[in-house]
Ligand binder design. Structure first.
Ligand code: ZN
Length: 244
């Protein structure tokens, strides 16, 4: 029996290999046909052809076909995700992986959140800290990031979370960090996750040693990025001396 390719609704399962005239005849008259119905569409990262592509989400109904006529139901097929570019079929779990466009937006968002959290914890009075923060944001694609804008954002954040006078990594900041970093973490290689933490550490170090509040932000960010506590400590020490 040949494998069931289930592609494009064409006849898929064949009950003979093409070795004799009789079998060739049987190929034409008997088989399993899958009729696909599209139930949704969108954009996904296709692991088959390796890029952001359109997809159709489809469910199918299998039927035995005799002389080209469907005769017996053979149950449901799918749901599957079909790539519009290469036509390959995948399980719907392929949609759990973000598109490259979405992934880069998530990384930008993560950098922005880490930078703001560090500034919120360490204050915005130091020019070197603000310079480092602006540099990190511009490196992440926020071309029009500037110090005034950052100061305003941090003040708004402090007012919002009621931390205008006592900087620390309160629940508000911790939630922000987990929301921005948590969904991203499974899709980044360890080096990518570490780079995010190191960026935060470098901003924290720009005006001197880590403050307790900055340490707390970095520990929370490391936790959200699924970096172990020991590794977070090692990276924080390494950020003091090593250029990444
Ligand atoms: Zn594809």
């Amino acid at each position: 029996m040949l494998p069931d390719r289930e592609r494009n609704g064409r006849e898929s399962r064949i009950f003979a290999t093409p070795v004799s005239r009789g079998r060739v005849l049987r190929r034409r008259v008997i088989g399993v046909h899958t009729a696909w119905t599209t139930v949704g569409d969108g954009e996904f990262f296709c692991p088959g052809c390796g890029g952001d592509r359109n997809y159709q989400r489809r469910t199918g109904r299998r039927r035995f076909v005799l002389l080209g006529v469907p005769v017996l139901p053979r149950g449901a097929a799918g749901p599957i995700v079909e790539c519009a570019a290469c036509g390959d079929h995948f399980g719907t779990d392929v949609l759990d992986h973000p598109t490259t466009t979405r992934l880069s937006a998530m990384v930008r968002d993560a950098v922005h959140t880490v930078v703001l959290a560090i500034l919120a914890a360490g204050g915005t009075s130091s020019r070197t800290t603000l310079d480092a923060a602006v540099g990190a944001l511009r490196g992440a694609g926020f071309d029009d990031a500037c110090e005034e804008q950052l100061v305003a954002l941090v003040e708004a954040l402090a007012a919002d979370t009621g931390r205008a006078t006592v900087p620390d990594c309160g629940p508000g900041l911790a939630i922000e960090l987990h929301e921005a970093l948590g969904p991203l973490a499974p899709h980044l290689a360890p080096a990518g996750r570490e780079a995010l933490l190191i960026q935060g550490a470098r901003i924290a170090l720009a005006d001197g040693p880590y403050t307790p509040a900055e340490r707390e932000v970095l520990a929370t960010a490391g936790d959200a990025l699924t970096i172990g506590a020991d590794e977070v400590t090692r990276l924080m020490v390494a950020a003091r001396t090593t250029h990444f």
